[in-house]
Design a binder for this molecule. Structure first.
Ligand SMILES: C[S@@+](CC[C@H](N)C(=O)[O-])C[C@H]1O[C@@H](n2cnc3c(N)ncnc32)[C@H](O)[C@@H]1O
Length: 282
């Protein structure tokens, strides 16, 4: 994994001038689209349409904010913020956001961001992007847990179902999440473990995302998609490969969007329309 460095104001300005602005100009004539695999579970999907149309080269406010706080979600290695700017556009200022994985800087721990990492970088980014939102996080490293205005963090080991159940029993987390991101251990087993105990805590209309899926794990995820869709009929599952010459290793996401219609409430944000019959779009 590329180690993110703290963003000093000078580093951030250099990134704006050397990367953000040139990409902003280039993306008006150049396009790079995600590869969207929806496993054909939903024949008509506005979600798939919207995701397939995103230009990964086009930088967004989400890229700026996350980079300024020291998160690596939208610099060079990952293109998640280009996706999130569209995926999370409908949640408004007061979204409830949860992210597993604070970004330990203890080099001895698995999935560490390295000694220059910034624990809590992305949580602080979410707090700025959702100015009236409630932001929650969890991590296996108790040493980096913190509380700040509108941010609360908790212990969780995503391989331990008892710990996951204890996490979701926290009263502060009782109302479900509009956005629930898993950026923890990054193994297939760990992804499935946390999803098994957490999917039900996505609010109606909410979105669950698994980050940093290894490219070599994509076949396993593809064979899992139909099974997930069958077991969770109130969710739409989409696998996203984000082509990026700098990172062919783990620039992939799983997105699960929970229906709103079942509760008779209007769907927020992305609406439904047509998708290719096999659900796979480029
Ligand atoms: C890539 S970092 C998260 C980066 C952060 N989300 C950001 O964008 O700035 C991964 C985190 O997962 C945590 N982690 C590793 N194994 C874990 C486990 N079994 N359960 C929960 N968290 C774990 C690590 O301690 C680390 O803080």
């Amino acid at each position: 994994m590329l180690t993110p460095r703290p963003r000093t104001p000078l580093q951030y300005r250099k990134w704006l001038a050397g990367s953000y602005l040139p990409r902003l100009v280039a993306s008006s004539v150049m396009h790079r689209r995600p590869i969207v695999d929806a496993c054909g579970s939903k024949p008509e999907s506005q979600l798939v349409e919207d995701l397939a149309r995103i230009n990964l080269l086009r930088p967004t406010e989400f890229c700026r904010v996350m980079t300024r706080f020291g998160s690596d979600k939208g610099r060079r290695w990952h293109n998640y913020t280009a996706i999130y700017a569209v995926l999370f556009a409908g949640y408004g200022r007061s979204a409830r956001v949860f992210e597993l994985g604070l970004g330990t800087n203890n080099p001895g721990l698995v999935s560490s961001m390295g000694s220059t990492g910034r624990p809590g970088a992305s949580l602080r980014g979410w707090r700025e992007l959702f100015p009236e939102g409630s932001i929650f996080g969890a991590d296996i490293d108790r040493g980096i847990l913190f509380q700040e205005p509108r941010i609360r963090t908790f212990y969780c080991d995503q391989l331990d179902q008892t710990a996951i159940a204890a996490l979701w029993a926290e009263p502060a987390l009782a109302d479900g999440m509009d956005i629930l991101i898993e950026d923890g251990l990054h193994t297939f087993e760990a992804n499935l473990s946390f999803m098994a105990g957490s999917l039900e805590h996505v609010a109606p209309g909410g979105t669950y995302v698994v980050e940093d899926i290894e490219s070599r794990a994509l076949p396993a995820w593809r064979s899992m998609l139909r099974d997930l869709a069958a077991r969770h009929p109130d969710f739409e599952f989409v696998l996203l490969e984000l082509p990026n010459p700098a990172n062919q290793q783990d620039n992939n996401l799983l997105v699960a969007r929970r229906d709103r219609e079942r509760l008779g409430r209007p769907r927020r944000g992305l609406n439904r329309r047509s998708a290719a019959p096999d659900g796979r779009r480029r």
